[in-house]
Design a binder for this molecule. Structure first.
Ligand SMILES: [Zn+2]
Length: 314
């Protein structure tokens, strides 16, 4: 593990949504995660031995794959946003230490062994094998985009009657915190988030190349280029769908900003204190604009290609 000295200034910076991961290497990030476990009181409350924590962190690091997006850096950033949310909202006043331990540990583990292909990764089997407890399992499964609408509507249902003593309410809130942390790149400053978009595209396009290779593999008598063309079209369709999802997600988050919709005082804390801050709302708006422009440009390009090339307009 790195010998980097975690000063008070770094500990302060670690809580901020504007944290820039590109300035830190993996071994330094391990030290920073260790610092979160110390500063949130996990080490003292749960008597975690330092040697055990080190070995565990190293195993976590080892079990993230060397893929462009779903790698250890992504694990760190999701954990860091979760940590920032906990500190900024003051979740320590509402949740028990065990709830916070579940939240942070679920963030650390949520994409372990991710192969980098979005459609091949089964969080269901994986989540179950990481955590014995139901709370952690549900947190990890909450990051599965297939459950997006369900989780969001569950959350909306409990907003007006939220009771921190209600177990199900707490579970749903933990799920939404996991989701927000997992997709929080869009809420980060552009200089941090655009590099993450590049990583996502790189991962997507390496998947595309693999599928083209596969398509060529099984198409002995078919003309490989035509098969590949079809795969490209399918994948582009899937990609545009994902872009839509990103837009929906961003819009969803920004909807929650409106204080009108928030009844319970603690939820006002969660939403107002966190989301109205300049370093969150400004980047979210910029990102929304960025994706809207990008999607418009892509739609234009698709239209243009269709009119120019009758082959793709069947
Ligand atoms: Zn993730």
């Amino acid at each position: 593990m790195s010998q980097v000295q975690v000063t008070d200034e770094i500990r302060e910076y670690l809580m901020k949504p504007s944290f820039d991961n590109w300035q830190w290497d993996d071994s330094e990030m391990m030290v920073l995660i260790r610092q979160m476990y110390i500063d949130l009181g996990f080490v003292s409350t749960f008597n975690i031995e330092m040697g055990v924590l080190h070995r565990w962190l190293y195993e976590i690091y080892r079990h993230y794959n060397n893929v462009p997006f779903h790698n250890f850096k992504h694990c760190f950033m999701v954990t860091q946003m979760m940590y920032g949310l906990i500190c900024l909202i003051g979740l320590q006043n509402i949740f028990e230490p065990i709830d916070l331990l579940i939240l942070v540990t679920a963030a650390v583990c949520h994409d372990l062994d991710h192969p980098g292909y979005n459609n091949a990764y089964q969080k269901i089997n994986f989540g179950a094998s990481v955590f014995g407890g139901d709370g952690g399992k549900r947190c990890i499964l909450a990051t599965d985009m297939a459950k997006h609408s369900e989780i969001l509507s569950n959350f909306k249902d409990i907003i007006s009657t939220f009771d921190p003593k209600n177990k199900e309410h707490k579970t749903i809130t933990r799920e939404i915190l996991m989701k927000v942390s997992d997709i929080s790149n869009e809420a980060r400053p552009m200089e941090v988030s655009t590099q993450w978009v590049d990583c996502l595209l790189e991962e997507f396009f390496s998947q595309l190349s693999l599928l083209i290779l596969k398509a060529s593999d099984v198409s002995n008598e078919a003309r490989p280029m035509e098969v590949a063309d079809m795969w490209v079209e399918c994948l582009f369709e899937e990609y545009f769908h994902q872009l839509d999802l990103i837009l929906i997600k961003t819009a969803d988050i920004s909807n929650e900003v409106r204080p009108m919709e928030v009844a319970e005082p603690w939820l006002e804390c969660l939403l107002e204190e966190y989301f109205i801050q300049d370093d969150i709302i400004v980047p979210v708006k910029q990102a929304l604009q960025y994706y809207t422009d990008m999607q418009n440009a892509l739609e234009e390009e698709k239209k243009r290609q269709k009119t120019n090339n009758p082959k793709t307009s069947h």
